[in-house]
Every structure is written in C-alpha cells, then in structure tokens.
Design a protein around this ligand. Structure first.
Ligand code: TXA
Ligand code: MG
Length: 352
C-alpha cells in the first residue's frame, strides 16, 4: 500500500500549479490517474519501462495486454511510429482530439512493456483539457489504460477510480465525470483495409465516410492471432465482471418487456433478488423499485450518447447492491449502439 494523493482539479478552471505537480510525478516515473473524455486513465511515461510496469502491477493487468499511448499534439506521434499511412492523416485530422485510438507499426523507442511485446503501438489524442495539459506539461507521451482493476468496469467518475486504485496509484486527479462513458474506438491502420478492434462512439458508419471500407474484428481475436496463440488470457481479460449474473434480453420493445417481467417473476419465486436495466421508453412498463427489485434506466433510446455515458456508472451501482440477477434490455445495434451492446455483452453471462 502506498499513500495515494487525491488532487481535485476543475476542468473549466485548471490550476496550472496542480497540473505541474502531477506532471512532475509522471516525469519521475510515478503513476497518475486522470480524466479523459471517454473514461479515466492510469498514466505513466510511455517510454519509461519501469514506470509502465507499475501500471500493470497497480491494475493486476496481464503483461501481454498492450497500453494506449496518449499525446497532446499530432506531431508527437512521429517518434513513436515507423510510418503513418496516408489515410491515417485523414482520420487524425477529422477525429483528434477525440475518442479514436489508432494502431501503427511501432518504432524502436517504444518499450516492450508498453506495447505488450507487439510490433505495433496504439495511440490517441484525448479531448479533455486536464488530460491535454497534463501530457503537455509532463513532456512525455503518456501510456494509460483505463484506471480500473483489471477485469472490472472502466471508471467514468473520480469515485470509481478511488474505489479501485486508492493505495495503488501515486495520484488520482478528481476532475469530474467523463462525458462519453465508453472507451475509445480502436482502429488498426496497419493493414490494407482499416479494422475496428473495439467499437466506440466513433462508429464504423462515421469512419467509412472518411476511409471507405472499414472492417470490424474482435480485439481478442486480433491479439491472439498476432501472437499465434489460439485462445489466450486476452479473451478472458476483456470481459467485465459484474457481481450479479447478467442476462441481456433481445427483441422488440414489447416482447423484451414481457420476457423481462416473466423472468423477474420466475426468479422472484426462487427468492433471488433481481435488478432490471431498462430505458426511459420502457421504465413505465415495470413496477416501482421495492425491497425485492431494483430498476434503473440507462436514459432515452433517442439519445444513445446518454446511454453510453450512464452505462458503467449504472453497472457499478448494481455492484453495490445485493442483486443476484440483472435482467438488461438490449439497444439498437447501430452506430453508438454497437459500442453499447459490445460492453453489455462483455458484462453479461447470457443473451436471450
Ligand atoms: O478510451 C480509452 O481508450 C481509454 C482512455 C484512458 O484513453 N483507455 C483504454 O485503455 O481503454 P485500455 O488499456 O483499457 O484498453 C486498450 C485496449 C486494450 O484492449 C488493448 O488490448 C488494446 O487497446 N490495444 C492496445 N495496443 C494495441 C495494439 N498494438 N494492437 C491491438 N490492440 C491494442
Ligand atoms: Mg480497460
């Protein structure tokens, strides 16, 4: 256990002295959790392998799961990569700073620890004033995975980071809630055709408008293939693990509601404590919250960006209850909905 300092910084009125203090800790090889527009990250100097190792220790992350390097300006990627494909410039111009991570062939200065032993490197420029100032002041590219214990949900509030990393990080910057709420889209730019390895709010449809054809692949498959291993830890480690058993119910709104009510009654008879994750459109079709049942709405289906922003917070709230089974509605699997369904499926044990 170490003494973790919590430093509160107002994103709208950033205290330069506090940022400088955090940047100095990064320069000295420390690990600092900070907000980004997607989720909180746990940062270290990406070129300092000792510092990067401390991230893996703090999170309990398997060493072969590579980190994303965060930069504060596009020019800073030059020393980190071997080459920049023509179409990568197009997406950087359009989506950076923002929730899009690009995979490039890596240069020799990126340590093995940061890239998980791969010949490629993941890079993004976050769209958050605290993150940008911190990276700028540190004078280094900053490697940062999500600031949670490995296998748990990504943190979208400072209190989530405090729950997971108190006594593990050197500093936790408490800088408010993350707007986007799901992690960045990961896009592999190293092949002929760009491949989405993790869906995010920068959707396939949006990317195709800039890049033409874009493929979608699972991150696990891609990492396993790169390493020549059929089924590795990575597959396991990209799954979140809510305390309750979670079931996703598919279908039209009416049939989802009917199925959830039926399952709720069945589990209720077995004296199991049930939770329901619904949407504003369906909230009225369920009963009120009681001792036996906890119901939470993710927001309106008309605003999938709100659903994305609430998702991890609501799943973490359920972890604090004694709910044993979560019955969760599904969301339309288009655009941002793809990222939402991807995260829900990673958290669920059954899809019906
Ligand atoms: O929004 C985000 O991306 C957040 C914030 C903090 O920036 N970061 C984040 O990092 O989600 P992390 O480590 O939790 O997820 C990064 C994912 C991992 O699943 C990792 O396997 C994959 O990106 N990744 C990193 N480098 C890669 C590479 N060279 N090739 C393929 N996948 C890579
Ligand atoms: Mg993560």
């Amino acid at each position: 256990m170490k003494d973790t300092i919590i430093i509160k910084i107002d994103a709208e009125n950033i205290d330069g002295k506090l940022i400088e203090k955090c940047a100095e800790i990064l320069r000295e090889g420390g690990i600092v959790a900070f907000p980004t527009e997607t989720v909180y990250g746990l940062g270290a100097d990406a070129l300092n392998s000792g510092a990067v190792k401390r991230i893996f220790e703090a999170k309990g992350r398997p060493p072969d799961n590579p980190l994303i390097i965060h930069v504060s300006k596009t020019a800073d990627i030059l020393p980190l990569v071997k080459e920049i494909p023509e179409n990568a410039y197009k997406v950087m111009e359009k989506f950076w700073p923002g929730p899009l991570t690009l995979i490039f062939k890596k240069s020799n200065i990126v340590p093995r620890e940061t890239s998980g032993g791969l010949s490629t490197v993941a890079i993004r420029m976050p769209d958050h004033p605290i993150a940008i100032k911190l990276i700028e002041k540190s004078g280094a590219p900053i490697a940062a995975p999500s600031a949670n214990i490995s296998g748990k949900l990504s943190p979208t509030k400072a209190e989530h980071v405090i729950e997971d990393l108190m006594g593990k990080a050197d500093v936790i910057i408490a800088g408010g809630d993350c707007d986007v709420g799901v992690e960045s889209t990961v896009l592999d730019m190293t092949g002929e055709v760009p491949v989405i390895l993790r869906p995010g709010v920068v959707s396939r449809e949006t990317l195709e408008k800039v890049l033409g054809r874009v493929l979608v692949n699972s991150l696990a498959e891609s990492l396993d293939k790169t390493k020549g291993k059929p089924d590795t830890m990575n597959t396991k480690h990209i799954h979140y693990s809510p305390k309750a058993k979670m079931m996703i119910i598919q279908g039209g709104l009416d049939s989802m509601v009917a199925k959830i009510n039926e399952l709720k009654n069945r589990y209720g008879k077995e004296n199991k404590k049930v939770g329901i994750i619904c949407t504003d459109e369906t909230r009225g079709s369920y009963e009120k919250d009681t001792e036996e049942i906890i119901i939470k709405s993710l927001g309106s289906r008309k605003h999938p960006e709100t659903i994305a922003a609430n998702l991890f917070k609501i799943l973490r709230e359920f972890d604090k209850t004694d709910v044993e089974i979560i019955l969760c509605e599904s969301i339309n699997d288009t655009e941002i909905g793809q990222a939402i369904m991807d995260r829900l499926k990673k958290a669920a044990s059954t899809i019906v």
